[in-house]
Design a protein around this ligand. Structure first.
Ligand code: BES
Ligand code: ZN
Length: 612
């Protein structure tokens, strides 16, 4: 067997699928999808075909034209990779797999009506990165294998579906079009069901497959952009306001990287349990509602997810060991865009916050230094467990270092050539380095490329940003430690980012009385900006200021974004003499768990297992 990806059973001596057609019947009461996947190969093939699955019930594997059964076997589940599905083919160029998902599918969050805003209809959505597509349909679930999709989603008439794909039509179900499904024609064509059809004609890595089904509506915000969300006028209106500048951001992306190749750039604002800030699903980015702060600062996350349209979605990391190629480049591009649309100060603050985050995560991984390398070994490692700022910030620093060396005009030209050369390809770190050395001769004499990509920690030529506002905030934070509260006039024009950096720059723990007095002045515990609120609550917990535990509990129950869950739970349970906090964290998790996406449930669980 020839392995291409430590997180997949895909065998590179087998043909890679060219197209997957999905028929999906959504059964909300049982949190189940009854599906079929028609997998097309480049041509007739004889031999075994390895596919990834996780918690899928495989009912049958068929030759699609005659519906004759084919031999298959499903392995016992590996805790990280899931179950290996092997299908035996003889001169077949496609195969049909009939299956059902299970309620515990790791990609899917099923929300019952009371968990939604309007409380009338259920909602379901996917999060497939890093390795969760296999829990929705069988596939070669590695970014090394790019594939086109088409899909028919059969949903209740009151709901609508969106996908990271072109919407073809909404229509009545047709008898016979999904007869092989476990639900059969009788349910597929039942009264009150509709079919939504989609197609993704450009080959994408499976982790970019995405859909959401619910009571969804939209507002137009630009020539190629709508914002979608649960059909709540206040949510849609505030989202439309927050993202009004999106077209401007797309133009900046095009200026930096070349044409936008995906036609539409729609945004979907998910319920508060969405586990990430944003996810770059092609044609439709998924976003947490916490980015809507009412001051257009959500543009940073939009700039980031947009930048993935080039770095990540056009050029894709071959597997998670080269994840920095996705996130480092995207973080670099995000900041170039922020610099233009929000100004240089905003970009420098963003870099400064990133620098603090990098140092913190290098410290967090001091016992697992392998994951402080840009390129790292992930055999036997769950990518969700080693997710950190390091690929983002060290990757950013590496590219920024190259920019400083060659100058911006040369680097910009290099970036465009890089995108153009590798678009619609999945590549690794070596491919990037070879291209860099060819196109910028002598770069290896000025920059230690091996130290940057294969070394642990932060290389000596990484660079902490300087600007008067950055320096001022960091020095005010140092003074707070000596007992000085920042004066009102000093913070008068601070917005979320300034406070975020200030809080990140304070010592890990201070006197409880200082916490109370800071909050009495500036009401940080009540901030509508979760970056500020969570930064403050984390400081309160590590300073053992119990006055805020009720607010911590409330926060852990209202949002499911892992960027907030991770530090709050970790700060509660990490360290000695924390018996009360551990009991508290366990109780809150038991009560909040149902409301989290399965990926977030897993991450919180591993934090608690490690420390409690
Ligand atoms: N692709 C990531 C999210 C992701 C990474 C999901 C790994 C699953 C596995 C996305 O582009 C991202 O980086 N989101 C950030 C946004 C931020 C950097 C602006 C987030 O969610 O915080
Ligand atoms: Zn990203």
């Amino acid at each position: 067997m020839a392995v291409v990806d430590p997180h997949s059973f895909t065998d590179s001596t087998h043909p890679f699928a060219t197209h997957i057609h999905l028929s999906l019947y959504f059964d909300f009461p049982s949190f189940t999808i009854h599906g079929s996947a028609l997998i097309s190969l480049p041509g007739p093939y004889t031999g075994p075909l390895s596919l990834d699955t996780r918690s899928l019930n495989v009912h049958s594997v068929l030759e699609p034209r005659s519906n004759t059964p084919l031999q298959f076997s499903l392995s016992a589940p590996d805790p990280i990779k899931g179950s290996h599905l092997t299908v035996s083919l003889s001169n077949h160029s496609s195969v049909l797999i009939v299956y059902s998902t299970s309620p515990s599918s790791s990609a899917l969050q099923w929300l019952s009506p009371p968990q939604t805003f309007n409380k009338t209809y259920p909602f379901v959505y996917t999060q497939c990165q890093a390795i969760h597509a296999r829990s929705v349909f069988p596939c070669q679930d590695t970014p090394a294998a790019r594939v086109c999709f088409s899909a028919r989603l059969n949903v209740p008439r009151q709901l609508s579906a969106v996908m990271s794909a072109r919407h073809i039509e909404r229509r009545a179900p047709i008898a016979g079009e999904a007869a092989e499904l476990v639900c059969g024609d009788s349910l597929w064509c039942a009264e009150g069901r509709v079919v939504e059809e989609f197609a993704m004609e450009q080959p994408i890595p499976p982790y970019l497959f995405a859909f959401a089904v619910g009571e969804i509506a939209f507002r137009e915000v630009g020539p190629r952009t709508r914002v979608y969300a649960e059909s709540v006028p206040a949510v849609l209106d505030s989202a439309a306001r927050e993202f009004a500048g999106t077209e401007d951001i797309i133009r900046q992306g095009e200026r930096l990287f070349g044409p936008y190749e995906w036609e539409r750039f729609d945004l979907l604002v998910l319920p508060p349990s969405f586990p990430y800030g944003g996810m770059e699903n092609p044609r439709m980015v998924f976003l947490t509602p916490t980015v809507i702060k009412g001051d257009a600062s959500g543009a940073q996350v939009v700039a980031h997810e947009l930048a993935h349209s080039w770095t990540g979605n056009l050029i894709t990391n071959k597997n998670s060991e080269h994840f920095w190629l996705n996130e480092g480049f995207t973080t670099y591009a995000e900041r170039r865009i922020v610099e233009v649309v929000q100004g240089e100060d905003a970009a420098v603050l963003n870099i400064g916050i990133g620098w603090r985050g990098l140092k913190e995560d290098i410290e967090r991984f001091k016992d697992r230094m392998e994951f402080t390398k840009l390129k790292n070994k992930q055999e036997g490692v769950d990518p969700d467990d080693v997710y950190s700022q390091i690929p983002y910030e060290k990757g950013f620093q590496f590219l920024w270092r190259i920019e400083r060396q060659v100058g911006r005009p040369t680097f910009d030209e290099f970036l465009k050539r890089y995108i153009d050369t590798f678009k619609f390809k999945s590549i690794d770190t070596e491919t990037f380095l070879d291209f860099l050395k060819t196109n910028i001769p002598g770069i290896g004499n000025d920059i230690d490329l091996e130290l940057w990509t294969e070394g642990v920690g932060i290389p000596p030529d990484a660079y902490e940003p300087v600007s008067s506002i950055y320096t001022k905030i960091v020095s005010l934070a140092n003074e707070f430690n000596l007992g000085r509260m920042p004066r009102e006039d000093e913070v008068a024009d601070w917005k979320g980012q300034e406070w975020e950096l200030y809080l990140e720059s304070l010592p890990k723990s201070v006197e409880a009385s200082q916490i109370l007095s800071l909050d009495a002045h500036y009401r940080l515990s009540e901030s509508k900006d979760y970056e500020v609120k969570v930064g403050f609550l984390q400081l309160a917990i590590s300073s053992k200021c119990k006055d805020y535990y009720a607010e911590v509990e409330k926060t852990l129950k209202e949002v499911g974004r892992m960027k907030y869950l991770r530090p709050l739970y970790t700060t509660l349970v990490q360290g000695t003499g924390k018996e009360e906090e551990k009991v508290f964290a366990k109780r809150v998790f038991a009560e909040a768990r149902e409301g989290y996406h399965p990926i977030a449930q897993g991450v919180v669980e591993s934090i608690l297992i490690k420390h409690v």
